[in-house]
Design a protein around this ligand. Sequence first.
Ligand code: DAH
Length: 335
Amino acid sequence: MEKELENLLVSLKNELDKCTKEFDVLNLKSKYLGKKSRLSEILSELKNMSVEDKRLYGSVINNTKKQMEQEVNEKIENLDSKVNISFDDTIDYDVNNGSLHPVTIVAKEVTDCLKKMGFTVVSGPEMESEYYNFEALNVPKDHPARDMQDTYYLDNGMLLRTQTSDNQIRGMENYGAPLRICAPGRTFRNEDLDANHENTFFQIEGMVIDKNISIENLMYVMQELLKEVFHTNIKVRLRPGFFPFTEPSYEMDMSCVICGGKGCPTCKNSGWIELIGCGMVHPNVLRAGGIDSEQYTGFAFGIGLTRLAMMKYKINDIRVLNSGDIRYLKNFDIK
Ligand code: DAH
């Protein structure tokens, strides 16, 4: 038995030497120290041993266990980066504590910041009607803008909302003007999955309606938001954009924090990440929400929360965010 324990320790050390990622180390931890490991089998055999054998082998077994744990811990401490992506899902790792998802953390930061500026947080349904998702937002049937968003249509005549902008109409209907709302939520598009595209992602919508609202107000709110999330001034650029529900429309990009603006696969080598769609609310949208477009103006914005989380935590593959892999996601815990 002593020989076997010695071999286990040597083979753990050898395998640890080859690891460069924390997840691989954790997999080894589970292989060598987890419930299904040989060591754990040996430990349970210990229970059935005679008192004499227990005395003889107990300390050897426990010492080996301690040494193995120490090897694993030292390896983890010496790794360059603790945040590594792995899709290996052979989970036999004792994780009991939950943690906040990166998107949840970022959503909270954004909503907290907006709340301070007087916004009310609202939410709407994920299964939505064409009316709220498109028509009332100035996107009638056959409008080319519908092709910009590959929609999941459901058998019951509804759809999975492609954007949180549906909350604009619901907000205006429910609260009237003046209005300051924000609505974080899950959105869906029929996209082919790759490192930058998911069919399920998160956005946050914002809308302000009042008398004398201008683009300046919009810019201020956007800057405050980014400052709150990144704790520093972030380089942004504003481009003219096109959205049927705003006129004029803009796209706000932030410089890619993954490559520092030099160009990488995440930013499609442009150095910039599309983050926010925004603009002044189209009068047709105000009218659809029952608001007098002669008296009131407003701005609206939609921020890609998933993108924002990727930028904040330098995540270069969007798919890990929906993977449910706690070993990865727990790296962002802020508790
Ligand atoms: N809903 C748009 C999208 O998902 C983003 C957007 C653009 C939201 C402009 C807005 C806006 O509120 O004014 O691409």
